[in-house]
Design a protein around this ligand. Structure first.
Ligand code: DON
Length: 573
């Protein structure tokens, strides 16, 4: 075993709120009332980076107890369901991309499914009016949750007993944890919707949350305990299923016992491709993430983007144009491949992608109307979360999970303590009607019972010489694939440090609306020059995404960097 490497950390004390309370739970070294936030660490044995310092710490503790990256990822994911209710979840879904020490590559699809009673026009009024309120808020917006089935689908790749992995989450829910300034603000902003969209007032309802308050989630602790004791049946059957179905009945939702009992996560072959000698492993359908990343990277591969330079007019314009073209394909061709024949090999074929760039003009914008017709809305920022984990055995795990909107449907299952997703909005509820991220679609992503809605989540692993090099992912709705694209180009082509690759301002084009979304700090001179070339810009955004990345350094150490756009934190040992 290699020696412990001191942590190189930017330490920011965010909570030291209740020193009299002691943590006695199995999260042992993790004190939920006092914790630090490390933005960067370098470690010898393993690393975890996630949206919450407590969740990252839980993961590293599990590795110290003999767990591998899978064990750590499961423990971190379950802890996030408690300490990061915006997006960590039991009532949502997500994707895992993994590379094991044996060399095996897998992806696990635990995306939500449309309930059996769902139908194509369920969000369209008789007069044709689309009801995005119903696809985005409350009971009817929820797909059948996949998270618990997902965890049990990859549990077999871990080493420790499940009870050990879930106990820290149970303790955090039962004994509580102190919330940060950002969490207090986020919960305060949620109060009106919580009161409107819940049939039983959840613990999150309070006159005013302040930094340092302790959040106790007893109902959630009980649900987690049922999962600990009964496995998937602790969620999809029995008491938890009863609570979900009763909640549906009280609130006009349609998820049934059968929907829950029949839910199955799927182990799929990852979507892989090569880029300049690296092997990039991504998520296949029903996420568009892997294929979009493939298309965008291949469209720039032979254009010597390195010589153009980071944030140069040339590189930003080129990347914008490839983003536009990939997203036009997303709207037309991509959806759940179990239901719709997605032409993946055609869309990732080299000749096709070179052909796609035939009308690219480095001197001016290609209007989206030339590539395809459509309508425009502005994308909004919502919530999803990513965790990256690596261990010294050579296992690498990249998981992105989501409830879709921040806190999903904003409906908590009465008596069970967890938020349900509002993932149904990721379907194309009507051809041409944009979802909450402004994405449009048609037949490929139309609602059908049991179908999974198209996603943009892009959990990714990059191999160099067949060994893990980068483990990365981010939230951000449709901006997810473009952010991962830019982060990878920043590292591989622009030779940037890992922090710069993540922290420097990002930009985004998704074909429709035909405008570039930029993040605060994007160079004004480049924006002006692009405007002269015919580009339009959306209102500048404060932050795009929250990327969690681990890079393996040439000396074999793990450099983990947490995004500085949130309370995200890296831990290692
Ligand atoms: O699956 C998707 O693409 C979306 N439901 C992800 C939502 C998301 O990333 C929100 N985060 N900011």
């Amino acid at each position: 075993m290699r020696s412990f490497t001191p942590v190189i950390a930017v330490l920011l004390l965010i909570c030291a709120c209740n020193p009299t309370q002691k943590n006695t739970g199995s999260a042992s070294a993790v004190n939920p009332y006092q914790y630090n936030l490390n933005k960067k660490i370098v470690a010898d044995n393993g690393a975890v980076v996630s949206a919450h310092p407590l969740a990252s710490k839980v993961g590293v503790e599990i590795m110290k107890q003999g767990g591998n990256a899978v064990d750590a990822a499961i423990a971190t994911q379950l802890a996030l369901a408690v300490v990061y209710p915006n997006a960590g979840n039991l009532g949502g879904g997500g994707f895992l991309v993994g590379r094991f020490s044996s060399g095996e590559l897998i992806s696990v699809d635990f995306r939500e499914k449309a309930p059996g009673a769902a139908h194509r026009d369920m969000y369209i009024e008789a007069d044709g009016t689309p009801r995005t309120d119903k696809s985005q808020d409350g009971h009817l917006s929820s797909g059948v949750p996949g998270t618990v089935a997902g965890i049990f689908a990859y549990l077999k790749y871990g080493k420790l007993p499940f009870e050990k992995l879930i106990q820290p989450a149970i303790d955090l829910a039962q004994k509580g944890f102190t919330i940060s300034e950002r969490e207090a603000r986020s919960l305060n902003g949620l109060q009106i919707e919580l009161k409107k969209l819940n049939t039983v007032m959840p613990v999150f309802v309070k006159d005013k949350w302040v930094r340092g308050d302790t959040l106790f989630q007893i109902d959630l602790a009980n649900t987690l305990t049922r999962i600990r004791d009964k496995g998937t049946a602790g969620f999809y059957e029995g008491e938890t299923a009863r609570l979900i179905v009763e909640e549906m009945k009280r609130g006009g939702g349609i998820i049934t016992y059968d929907d829950l009992k029949n839910y199955q996560a799927k182990v799929r072959t990852p979507h892989s491709f090569t880029y300049k000698g690296y092997k990039v492993i991504g998520m296949p359908m029903p996420s568009s993430g892997g294929l979009l990343l493939n298309q965008m990277m291949k469209m720039v591969e032979n254009r010597n983007i390195a010589s153009m330079g980071f944030h140069s007019l040339q590189s930003v314009q080129l990347m914008t144009e490839v983003e536009r073209r990939a997203f036009a394909d997303r709207a037309e061709y991509m959806g759940d491949a179990d239901f719709y024949n997605v032409p993946v090999s055609m869309l990732s074929n080299d000749n096709y992608l070179q052909e796609r760039m035939k009308d690219y003009d480095p001197a001016r914008a290609t209007p989206s109307s030339v590539i395809k017709p459509g309508i425009a809305v502005r994308p909004e920022s919502k919530e999803t979360t990513h965790l990256s984990v690596i261990d010294k055995e050579g296992n690498a795990i990249s998981i992105t999970t989501t409830l879709n909107n921040s806190y999903g449907s904003r409906t908590v299952v009465g008596g069970a303590g967890f938020f349900l997703n509002d993932e149904m909005d990721d379907f194309s509820i009507k051809p041409g009607v944009p979802n909450m991220y402004g994405a449009v679609g048609g037949e490929a992503n139309a609602i059908q019972p049991g179908k999974r809605m198209l996603s943009s989540m892009t959990p990714t692993i990059v191999l160099k010489d067949d060994k893990p090099f980068i483990v990365v992912g981010t939230p951000g709705g449709t901006t997810i694939p473009t952010q991962i694209f830019q982060t990878l180009i920043n590292i591989i082509d622009f030779n940037m440090s890992t922090e710069d690759a993540v922290y420097k301002p990002k930009f985004h084009h998704q074909w429709l609306p035909d405008e570039i979304l930029i993040e605060k700090g994007f160079p004004a001179a480049v924006k002006d020059a692009l405007t002269k070339m015919g580009y339009k810009f959306a209102r500048e955004r404060e932050g795009i995404g929250r990327t969690e990345i681990i890079k393996v350094l040439p000396n074999g150490k793990f450099e983990a960097v947490a995004d500085n756009r949130g309370d995200d934190a890296a831990e290692g040992w």
